[in-house]
Design a protein around this ligand. Structure first.
Ligand SMILES: Nc1ncnc2c1ncn2[C@@H]1O[C@H](COP(=O)(O)OP(=O)(O)O)[C@@H](O)[C@H]1O
Ligand SMILES: [Mg+2]
Length: 390
């Protein structure tokens, strides 16, 4: 029964809900229908994987959530409910504000994120300075930590009692901590910056703080970027292909780091990758996208053990094993379609070994086929029956 419990879908409150979200891009060639009405729910504290071949709409999904669609992008319809409010109804300014406080995003290329002319320390200090309340809070935490260490090393009971009194006094300020004085601020900020780096297992944080982004290795830059995102203590962290450009050893280190993060850091994480192998033992649940649709969504174990959608089955066959290295093309013939003229109804139908008339006539809905396991495929739609091959 223990196993069943582990497999139970996450309980609790949804933090983010995408409801029938449609996004198009306007191009000279025509309208690119990039998101075709997607539905997704993320619960507080879970780690979700968003997977699919390149061009399936993963990055567009992320950009839509954080309000960073390029100029030619348009949200045609739908809702994105984040902590109870519809992000699509918010102004650009409000979204920007949310982005700097509650939702953080990290990308494949840290150089687009890091400022080349500022040292890592300067950039991290900026992160902590943006939000005055958080800075005050952080300064208070910093003082409390220091005092607790002092108390541990206290000479005698009298000194220890004195420190405890000071701790109690500071604890009293929790609700409304004062901003640290200018002179102290720099010190607090530096120590916060170093600490943020240490959380990312960066060994010589004090030195890294003095360096510029171009002086760091790719893997180190990636760690610094994640550190900066985490430093803001976001409620939701979106990581888009952050291990893709790294070589295999560094990739493994970053994944290991994400695993630590998911234990220590109590927020919701969305990991976007084209590589199903990456998310296997990192995610609670996995959503599979194909050509602008979420075609399967399940707890990770259910997805790997019993993929329902023919596309997911193909993707899993393409995950390289030690002995063989099949390519995606061998496994799923064809490629992601042109989204200006997408295939009718189920967008996967031209590549699907099981497709029949219905798949070209009616778009399958995302349905719960097994407990907590959703798929959008007529093989599982009630009342539909695939004609037996003659
Ligand atoms: N600015 C844009 N203009 C036109 N089409 C775009 C733009 N950005 C993305 N697309 C198209 O949207 C689709 C989804 O892209 P994307 O989300 O980047 O895929 P993924 O991240 O899954 O590789 C692709 O067909 C892509 O060509
Ligand atoms: Mg992408």
């Amino acid at each position: 029964m223990v196993g069943e419990q582990e497999m139970a879908p996450p309980k609790g409150e949804p933090i983010l809900e995408l409801k029938d979200v449609r996004v198009s891009f306007h191009t000279y060639a025509g309208e690119v229908r990039a998101l075709n009405g997607i539905n997704l729910t993320l619960y507080k504290g879970e780690v979700i994987g968003l997977v699919g071949e390149s061009g399936c709409g993963k990055s567009v999904t992320a950009a839509t959530i954080v309000g960073l669609l390029p100029e030619n992008g348009e949200v045609k319809s739908g809702q994105i409910i984040f902590e109870g409010v519809d992000l699509l109804k918010k102004s650009k300014k409000e979204i920007r504000n949310l982005r700097s406080t509650k939702i953080a995003m990290v990308f494949q290329d840290p150089m687009t994120f890091l400022n080349p002319v500022l040292t890592i320390g300067e950039q991290l200090r900026e992160v902590f300075t943006i939000d005055k309340k958080r800075l005050a809070q952080a300064a208070l935490d910093y003082d409390l930590r220091r005092l607790k260490e002092e108390e541990r090393d206290a000479r005698d009971e009298a000194q220890s009692a004195k420190i405890r009194a000071r701790i109690a006094e500071l604890e009293g300020l929790r609700g409304n901590p004062p901003l640290p004085k200018r002179r102290r601020r720099r010190h607090v900020l530096d120590s916060l910056a170093a600490e943020a780096l240490k959380k990312m297992r960066i060994p010589d944080a004090e030195r890294i703080i003095t360096e510029f982004p171009h002086e760091l290795s790719g893997g180190m830059r990636q760690r610094v970027m994640i550190a900066m995102a985490i430093a803001r203590d976001p409620d939701l962290l979106i990581a888009d292909e952050i291990t893709t450009a790294l070589d295999v050893t560094i990739q493994a280190q970053i994944l290991e780091l994400l695993k630590i993060l998911r234990e220590e850091f109590n927020s919701t994480i969305m990991i976007i990758t084209h590589d199903l192998g990456v998310v296997a033992d990192l995610c609670d649940r996995v959503a599979v996208m194909y050509a602008g649709d979420v075609v399967e969504f399940s707890d990770a174990r259910g997805l790997y053990q019993k993929p329902l959608h023919p596309y997911t089955q193909g993707l899993l066959r393409a995950v390289p094993r030690l002995t063989e290295r099949p390519t995606m093309l061998e496994s799923i013939p064809g490629s992601v379609p042109d989204l200006i003229y997408p295939p009718p109804a189920c967008r996967f139908n031209p590549r699907c070994p099981y497709a029949w008339d219905l798949c070209r006539q009616k778009k399958p809905e995302l349905l719960e086929v097994e407990k907590g396991h959703y798929t959008a495929c007529h093989l599982y739609t009630e009342g539909s029956k695939r004609p037996s091959p003659s």
